[in-house]
Design a protein around this ligand. Structure first.
Ligand code: DCP
Ligand code: CA
Ligand code: CA
Length: 360
């Protein structure tokens, strides 16, 4: 008899990544509430140690707020080289078990261990061993999730954090998703969650009351994804070496635009979409590129690189305007405008110029 085609997917994510590296390398910081980043007057917290989280300090929080919540909070300057080094190290460990390793950012990756290189009897044992090796070789802890697909593995790694190991077994998967609050679904942000609550959807089970057609009508392309994950189905493969290189937004207009003010108005809408995507995917880059396609389909791009990651709307819009205002549109009509941010913080991990285009 053929065995059912069930995949074994592990998702590994480092605990309080930047903060843990800083605590490891500076024993004075260990056991203390620290925040990496947050320096400068518009700074935000990149990573908070678990000690700091007890006070309600979290990633992406403005430094000012963090300081109010935890007056003794120690701010530490990020050292990306150190994080990249750990990132490469854990990746080498992953690759000893399988070639199917897909990093999502510096500190996390999916591994497909359906077939693997080590002759281990179970995916859970592999995950345990990987966690132990990360601990022994880097001094840091990671959390692992194990299940039958990416969606469930990712949720599982978050379930038992920090230093977690959580398995969602094949025969438990459906029941697990039914109970899962939609806020915990990877790919459902705050806005979508609110919209779902209005429709009476608060967990996976509620989602199943809607047909795929209804969900697509209400949520666009993502509707189909929601339909399937609410049934614990996620057929996305683990794609080795794929890492987002840029994040962008663009719009092709219904008619060609010749008025620069109108173009700028459209650009503002695109920038608003882009900042949401930047925040959602945590893809903070230093280079902003404006793409313009003219009515004759000729295309130009203009870029500008900052010293810092572009992580707020004000900066994004200021840069976009600076690039746009330098252009001359005399006698030209525009059919498409686009903005993208590249030169991402996570760039160097693979060296592969692959552009990811998944939508969540
Ligand atoms: N990061 C960042 N800015 C953010 C979020 C994260 O610079 N808004 C960086 C710092 C984090 C690292 O990416 O340490 C990994 O992000 P995670 O979301 O995985 O968060 P942590 O690893 O810090 O914590 P957790 O233990 O919850 O995974
Ligand atoms: Ca992490
Ligand atoms: Ca992560």
């Amino acid at each position: 008899m053929m065995l059912p085609n069930i995949r074994k997917i592990i998702h590994i994510d480092m605990d309080a990544f930047f903060a843990s590296v800083e605590q490891r390398d500076n024993p004075e910081l260990s056991g203390k509430p620290i925040a990496v980043g947050g320096l400068g007057n518009r700074g935000v917290v990149a990573a908070a140690s678990y000690e700091a989280r007890k006070y309600g300090v979290f990633s992406a929080m403005p430094a000012k707020t963090a300081k109010k919540k935890c007056p003794f909070l120690i701010f530490v300057k990020p050292r990306f080289e150190a994080y990249k080094q750990v990132s490469n190290h854990i990746r080498q460990i992953f690759l000893e078990y399988t070639d199917l390793v897909e990093p999502l950012s510096l500190d996390e990756a999916y591994l497909d261990v359906t077939t693997h290189k080590k002759g281990k009897p179970s995916a859970t044992l592999i995950a345990k061993e990987i966690k132990q090796r990360i601990k022994d070789e880097t001094g840091l802890t990671a959390s692992a999730g194990i299940s039958i697909n990416k969606f469930l593995a990712k949720i599982a790694s978050d379930y038992d954090k920090p230093n977690g190991l959580f398995l969602i077994k094949p025969d438990e998967a459906k029941a697990f998703v039914e109970e899962l609050p939609i806020e915990k679904f990877f790919g459902i942000g705050k806005v979508t969650a609110r919209k779902m609550h209005k429709l009476g959807i608060s967990n996976g089970k509620d989602l199943k009351n809607f047909t795929e057609f209804e969900l697509i009508r209400k949520f666009g392309k993502q509707g189909s994804y929601y339909y399937h994950i609410s049934r614990a189905i996620d057929s996305r493969e683990v794609k080795p070496d794929r890492l987002r290189k840029s994040v962008g937004a663009e719009n092709t207009f219904e008619y060609d635009i010749d008025n620069p003010d109108e173009m700028k108005q459209q650009l503002l809408l695109i920038a608003q979409t882009l900042i949401k995507r930047i925040e959602k995917s945590k893809s903070f880059g230093k280079t902003l590129t404006l793409k313009i396609k003219f009515s004759d389909f000729k295309q130009i791009t203009r870029s500008k690189t900052e010293k810092f990651e572009i992580n707020d709307f004000e900066t994004l819009w200021k840069l976009s305007s600076e690039i746009f205002d330098l252009l001359d549109f005399t006698n030209r009509k525009v059919r498409l405008l686009g903005l993208s941010v590249s030169n991402l913080q996570y760039d160097n991990i693979t060296g592969q110029p692959v552009q990811l285009t998944f939508n969540f």
